[in-house]
Design a protein around this ligand. Structure first.
Ligand code: NAD
Length: 319
């Protein structure tokens, strides 16, 4: 589908679909080519005359794409992760890259709570038991969140929203974030502590850090062994922050009583012993997948794209 307002100076190519309300924002100021499911080959042919591209996670905006897009000024990710955009190539070609980092905060925080409650009350096992006709009432004794300590690694947007929600359940939140002052961590709803302290105190540990060279493999065998025997761990951040082999061993030994994972070292995850493990609750990277978050991401990115095209400074520039 292509729409062209009179005298529009710009063409925006949407390659992974976008909500109607966001397309309407774009159409007020630009021509829009909506090509959901466009193949990589067709994408290469569609780039001349395009000033902006909006993607979600599917389209790979590679160095070749930048090279074949002589008029490109901005790439927008309707969401948070920009792993599918070659940021170096964008910089080299002077193309701005923007994302919508605030759009999914509530969704991810709520999904973290859903995983926390699923672990505490073993809801997946209870549900699958009933589907098999088994009444597992006696076997499925859970634990209460109230009075337990939640260790939060990364007290940014999502970490602090999780702290607020967990506090509502009567949990004591302990937070580690080396980029924030103790006062700021306290303001965001957690008792500040160093990582060792968080690991030692947490009944449940939840991770809300980006994947960086420092956080890759951050939760390894040694750190898991520092945790309370029988603690739980949740990750809705990124695969590879937890060393999956070490986690599997800790689950097997009982050092870790249960884990809830929305993200994996390899995605889509297919044949992983972790996914099939009885002490693991997992979801296929759906933490941000709510109607509200996707709508917010789409509208935020449409506004960001027009801001850049107008020559103004965007709110969320990543390159
Ligand atoms: P944010 O930038 O607001 O917060 C991240 C926090 O981590 C920052 O405060 C930063 O100081 C802190 N941090 C960085 N390195 C650290 C380290 N080594 N140790 C401890 N803290 C560290 O980001 P956010 O919006 O809260 O998102 C957090 C992460 O959640 C994202 O980076 C992304 O990987 C993930 N995420 C996942 C989904 C999903 O669908 N599962 C969706 C959105 C975001």
């Amino acid at each position: 589908m292509s729409t062209q307002p009179k005298n529009s100076a710009w063409t925006v190519l949407i390659t992974d679909g976008l909500q109607e309300s966001a397309i309407a924002i774009l159409e007020k100021a630009s021509a829009v080519q909506n090509r959901p499911d466009i193949s990589p080959d067709d994408l290469m042919k569609a780039l001349t005359g395009v000033q902006a591209i909006i993607v979600r996670g599917r389209t790979k905006v590679t160095a070749d794409v930048f090279a074949a897009a002589p008029d490109l000024k901005v790439v927008g990710r309707a969401g948070v992760g920009v792993d599918n955009i070659d940021l170096k190539a964008a910089k080299a070609k002077n193309v701005v890259v923007v994302n919508a980092p605030q759009s999914t905060t509530i969704a991810v925080a709520e999904h973290t709570m859903a995983l926390l409650l699923s672990l505490a009350r073993q809801i997946p096992l209870a549900d699958s038991g009933l589907r098999r006709g088994e009444w597992l009432k006696k076997k499925l004794e859970g634990f209460e969140l109230s009075g337990k300590t939640l260790g939060i690694v990364g007290m940014g947007r999502i970490g602090s929203f999780v702290a607020a929600r967990a506090t509502g359940f009567g949990m004591i939140c302990v937070g580690y974030d080396p980029m924030l002052s103790n006062d700021e961590i306290a303001k965001r709803g957690a008792q500040p502590a160093d990582l060792n302290n968080v690991l030692r105190r947490a009944d449940v540990l939840t991770l809300h850090v980006p994947l960086t060279p420092e956080t890759r493999g951050m939760i390894n065998a040694e750190r898991l062994s520092q945790m309370k025997h029988g603690a739980y761990i949740i990750c809705t951040a990124r695969g590879n922050i937890i060393d999956e082999t070490a986690l599997l061993a800790a689950l097997e030994s009982g050092q870790i009583a249960g884990a809830a994972l929305d993200v994996f070292a390899t995605e889509p995850v297919t044949d992983s012993p972790l996914v099939k493990h009885p002490k693991v609750v997992c979801t296929p990277h759906i933490a941000a997948q709510t109607a509200e978050a996707q709508e917010r991401a789409a509208r935020d990115i449409a506004e960001e794209i027009l801001t850049v095209l107008r020559g103004d400074a965007p709110r969320w520039r990543v390159a």
